[in-house]
Design a protein around this ligand. Sequence first.
Ligand SMILES: Cc1cc2nc3c(=O)[nH]c(=O)nc-3n(C[C@H](O)[C@H](O)[C@H](O)COP(=O)(O)O)c2cc1C
Length: 193
Amino acid sequence: MREVIDPRKCYRGIMPIPLLVTLVSYNDSKRDNLTTVSFAGQVSEKKVYVALRPTRHVCRVFSESLTRSPAVFGINYLYADQVEIADYCGVASGRDTDKFKETGLNVGRVNTNTHFNVPLVKESPLSLACRLEDMHVSGTHAVFFAEVQAIVKRQGAIPKFLMHETTSYFSTDNLPLGPVFEIGKKMVRRGRK
Ligand SMILES: Cc1cc2nc3c(=O)[nH]c(=O)nc-3n(C[C@H](O)[C@H](O)[C@H](O)COP(=O)(O)O)c2cc1C
């Protein structure tokens, strides 16, 4: 059985496409910080994109970064059991929160051929150190394009990554992990912020 879906009728306009969840890591010149982003991916052999709503703190930081050099950031994929952290970083804002501190994640800095001290997430199974290149506004989102300068990968078998489809988190081996924009609130309630 196949179903034809009108994307305008999807819940909150989100299409039911499985997306890998990432933490974007960056420095806003005050501190290192994180934002959860699932509209992120590869556009060619060495180029990637992240799509951000203009209301995000990270979007303002990236827009400003484009006007000066160096403009670097990280895309960090996650293990499925980091779901609570991912959701928390998708409900709290870096405007008033140090999300590295609140989640207990650590900054793992890398030097690339072109840049020093790119902030990545030490606990990530796979991180990309990226240099911002360009931005295009597309509808509701600003799409930032970047070149990957270094790949930091944990050795071993391919891990179970965290992904989501519309409003539910899953692991890449299909284990249900809870609702999006909900389970991170537990962390908030525990008094972390
Ligand atoms: C699973 C998940 C995926 C998300 N993906 C995106 C995204 O692709 N683009 C975006 O602008 N916001 C996305 N968000 C929302 C931001 O992470 C959220 O608004 C965050 O609080 C913004 O933080 P900031 O103000 O520190 O940048 C996502 C949130 C979650 C929970």
